[in-house]
Design a protein. Structure first.
Length: 254
C-alpha cells in the first residue's frame, strides 16, 4: 500500500491506499468543520474568501484565509521534502515518516481540541490543513498523481469524463483501463463519504477525539504494510532453499 511505488504499483495497491486515506480525509473534513466551521481538507473555498475579505478591507480576516492556504501548501511542501531526504538515507522509511507525522498531528489536535476551539480555533484549522496537505502530497507522489484523497472536485470532473468515454471507446484495452480508473475514483468518493458520515456521527458523542480513530487507522495501515512486506521477504528467501532441495531430489531419482 505505501511500500510499492512507480511501475511496481498495481490497481489493488492504489485502491487500498485510496480507501484508507480518503476515509481519513472524510473524517477530518467533517470533524474540522463541525469544530471550527472551516474547511480543513482543501483550500479552494478559502481562496475565494481571502479575496472577498481583501476587497472588504478586512485585512486581518483576509490574513487568516491566506494562512489556511499557506499551511496546506506547507504540508505538501514538507511531505515531499521529507520523502526526497529520507529516500536518500533509508528507502524503507520514505513514506512511513509523513504518515507518522500526520498521525501525531491528528492525535495532538484531538487531545487539545477542546482548548483550541475556545482559545485558538485558527490554530486548529492550520494544523488540520497542514496534515491534509501532507497527506495529499504523499499519496500523489506514491501513486504518480493517480490518487488524490483530500477533495472531490477533480475526482467528479475526471469521473464525468471517463463515464462519457465509455459511450465511445469500444476496444477491450481501452474499456479495461477506463473501468479501472472509474473503480478507483468511485472508491475514493465512497470512502470520503463514509469517512465524513462516520466523522459526523462520532463527533456528536466524542467530539474531536474522533481524530484519534483516524490516526489509529493510518498507523494500522503502516503496520499492515510492514507485516505483508516481511511475509513476502521470507517467502523470497525460502525459494532458493526449496529449489536446491528439489534439485537434490531429482538427482536421487536419476
Amino acid at each position: 500500500m505505501f511500500i510499492h511505488k512507480g511501475n511496481t504499483r498495481t490497481l489493488t495497491h492504489n485502491l487500498r491506499v485510496a480507501s484508507l486515506l480518503s476515509f481519513v480525509a472524510g473524517v477530518v473534513n467533517v470533524a474540522g468543520f463541525l469544530a471550527v466551521q472551516k474547511l480543513t481538507t482543501n483550500v479552494t473555498g478559502h481562496f475565494a474568501f481571502f479575496v472577498d475579505e481583501i476587497f472588504k478591507l478586512n485585512f486581518w480576516e483576509g490574513l487568516n484565509y491566506f494562512l489556511y492556504i499557506l499551511f496546506f501548501f506547507l504540508g505538501s511542501f514538507c511531505s515531499n521534502l521529507l520523502i526526497e531526504i529520507i529516500s536518500r538515507i533509508n528507502d524503507k522509511w520514505t513514506y512511513k515518516i509523513p504518515v507518522i507525522i500526520e498521525s501525531i498531528i491528528l492525535i495532538s489536535v484531538a487531545l487539545s481540541g477542546n482548548i483550541l476551539i475556545i482559545k485558538a480555533p485558527n490554530i486548529l484549522a492550520y494544523a488540520l490543513l497542514f496534515a491534509m496537505g501532507l497527506q495529499n502530497s504523499l499519496v500523489t507522489t506514491i501513486s504518480n498523481a493517480t490518487v488524490r484523497t483530500t477533495h472531490l472536485t477533480g475526482l467528479f470532473t475526471d469521473l464525468g469524463i471517463e463515464l462519457s468515454q465509455l459511450l465511445f471507446y469500444k476496444l477491450k484495452e481501452q474499456r479495461k483501463k477506463l473501468y479501472s480508473s472509474i473503480k478507483l475514483r468511485m472508491t475514493i468518493i465512497s470512502f470520503f463519504f463514509l469517512g465524513g458520515l462516520s466523522g459526523g456521527i462520532f463527533y456528536s458523542s466524542v467530539h474531536l477525539y474522533v481524530l484519534t480513530g483516524s490516526a489509529f487507522l493510518l498507523l494500522t495501515g503502516l503496520i499492515y504494510d510492514e507485516i505483508i512486506n516481511k511475509i513476502i521477504t521470507l517467502k523470497k528467501q525460502s525459494l532458493p532453499d526449496v529449489e536446491i532441495q528439489n534439485g537434490k531430489d531429482k538427482l536421487k531419482t536419476q
